[in-house]
Ligand binder design. Structure first.
Ligand SMILES: [Zn+2]
Ligand SMILES: [Zn+2]
Ligand SMILES: [Zn+2]
Length: 281
């Protein structure tokens, strides 16, 4: 019986562990479409552009502020393809082998109950549209139970700290059971260790003195449920608005870019950069 389980699981292996290509696209119903938000090129005014550039200069300690204040802006061009905001999302699906502890109460949806469906046939819809999300599901008809490999089916493992003894060496007296005290006259006296009361050993708090630790894989249930896990990743994609600003300052004719709704600046040719500021000092 177990043999046929494993054979069936192996049949499924050809898709387990790979990113699965999606089936042909079916468009969502008209009502599911997101609102498309268009913002025109005039969104960035000359004042906005100058304010963004002055802010950018102030974030760079050595940059001179003169060009930002005095520059003559000749044009503001929205970047051709990205002057609107469009929201959409992508989905990827991936299968992998996994296991969890198995309490043995619920019967498993194993291969003898049916054929495992291909990953893109498994129902999985986003909780909220246009939000990043990762969902993990069990692929139906792939589960089987097996003895826990981490504890050999015992449900516990020997404590790594006390090696199963339940007690550890006392750190205060280095396991000798006594400590030394020097009195006011400089005489040394031997005393019983307060920490271990003279035994040189202390109770192991990692295992609670038991010498055993509950198995982390099966949580003490001794059995594991193996199954094929489907990971569904939903990712929101968003276009970023970009404006190209052409400007003139003294002999320099160049451009900079303003991107995002926070008006971030990219100005690789800014006329007064670090070296300019430093060289006249
Ligand atoms: Zn222990
Ligand atoms: Zn001690
Ligand atoms: Zn275990």
């Amino acid at each position: 019986m177990l043999n046929s389980y494993i054979q069936h699981i192996l049949l499924f292996e050809h898709i387990a562990g790979f990113v699965v290509p999606p089936p042909p696209l079916t468009l969502p119903a008209e009502t599911e479409r997101p609102t498309e938000e268009y913002s025109s090129a005039s969104n960035i005014s000359e004042d906005d552009a100058r304010a963004a550039m002055i802010q950018f200069v102030s974030e760079h300690c050595c940059y001179g502020s003169k060009p930002a204040k005095e520059m003559e802006i000749s044009s503001i061009l929205p970047s051709s393809a990205l002057h609107y905001q469009l929201e959409t999302f992508s989905e990827s699906r991936e299968t992998s082998r996994d296991f969890v502890h198995y309490k043995g109460r619920k019967p498993l949806m194993g291969p003898m109950h049916g054929m495992a469906p291909p990953p893109w046939n498994i129902m999985c819809s986003p909780t909220n549209l246009f939000q990043d999300e990762v969902k993990e599901l069990e692929v139906p008809y792939t589960a089987f139970a097996a003895r826990c490999h981490n504890c050999d089916g015992r449900g516990f493992n020997r404590c790594y700290r006390c090696h199963g003894r339940g007690r550890v060496r006392c750190g205060s007296c280095h396991a000798s059971g006594h400590t030394w005290r020097t009195d006011a006259e400089g005489q040394r006296h031997q005393e019983t260790c307060h920490s271990c009361h003279g035994s040189g050993r202390k109770w192991c708090y990692t295992c609670g003195g038991d010498g055993r630790i509950t198995c982390a894989s099966c949580k003490g249930y001794r059995m594991l449920k193996h199954y094929v896990k489907l990971t569904v990743r939903l990712q929101r994609l968003r276009a970023v608005p970009v404006s190209e600003v052409a400007y003139k300052w003294e002999d320099t004719n160049t451009r900079f870019w303003i991107y995002g709704n926070e008006h971030k600046v990219h100005a690789p040719d800014y006329p007064q950069q670090c070296c300019w500021g430093c060289s006249i000092l």
